[in-house]
Design a protein around this ligand. Sequence first.
Ligand SMILES: Cc1ncc(COP(=O)(O)O)c(C=O)c1O
Length: 369
Amino acid sequence: MEAINMLDLQAEFRHIKDDVRAAIENVLEHQWFVGGPEVQQLEEKLAAMCGCKFAAAISSGTDALLCALMSLGIEAGDEVITTPFTFFATAGCIHRLGATPVFVDIEPDTFNINPKLLESAITAKTKVILPVHLFGQCAEMDVINDIAVRNGNLPVLEDAAQAIGSTYRDRPAGSLATAAAMSFYPTKNLGGFGEGGMIVTDDESLVERCRMTRNHGETSRYHHAFVGGNFRLDTMKCAILLAKLPHLAGFQAARVHNAARYGALLADSPVQTPAIRPHNKSCFHQYSILCDRRDELMAHLKECKVGCGVYYPIPLHMQECFKPLGYEESDFPVSMEVAGRILSLPIHPMLSDKEVEFAAAAIKTFFEG
Ligand SMILES: Cc1ncc(COP(=O)(O)O)c(C=O)c1O
């Protein structure tokens, strides 16, 4: 068996290359590299896919979070509630605006923000709640939205960077709150050719604000109502994403299939396979198991040439840069425990059944022997 990697972007490309090359050729012909027609086309497609009225294409998922928070009016002194068990960008964007990330621990099985702990974290300074749909499974949005309504109609921003194509109670990720930020980072389920992101929302004035924010707060040429940034997504990247979009459902189905295979193969092993709530459909951006002796298992998988990864080894309250927030390690025990036991296995759409079986067998051999 050849090495089984966490991703096989070359193989994915072989499936789509004719469509992608045609899209690139088209942009080369029209030469409209910023703000070309493909930008709006991608916005319309993504909005429809997410069940939203509007979308704004943004330079990355990080910038989508930042631009959305700026457009929601977040500024110094504000508090934004989020999870400590996420990619750094979620909290980094809050901090960059001079606001304070207020962390709330996660559920032990879904790894998403624990709604039972959320309300007690709300203060007079809370301006936004920012749940993350980690690994593709949506956070408990109905409960989170109820809490937001009860507490002065707080806006809720979904970090849906990992959840394109997921649903919660049959509603798509991205349509579940005030607005959502998506990522097209190349390793994401809808991975672009470089950085990329999107904000989706039903709120017309918010999307207008986001569009101005991504363009230096410009209202009309050389008139700036406020200070924004350059958060635009290139036409070329939008054209490539448009070409990839029709293939997404097939790739997604392959991920779901692989997850089901792992579930069956690992059912009688000592590892804990992902707990997807009955009302959730995950796009399986990652397939993350919990296990004891995680680091030894990683070393064993490496020997067997099975790729794996730890997302995320250090919860954000333990990051050097957030020391001034004054958190103790013990403040978020579930995040700490999960960070020490979690391991993500290859789940990408190009895996064969044999490869999934090989990876699962390698895990079982480790615990048997
Ligand atoms: C949960 C989460 N939020 C935000 C981001 C930021 O997205 P990007 O890498 O496109 O800036 C990522 C991407 O890795 C992510 O996984």
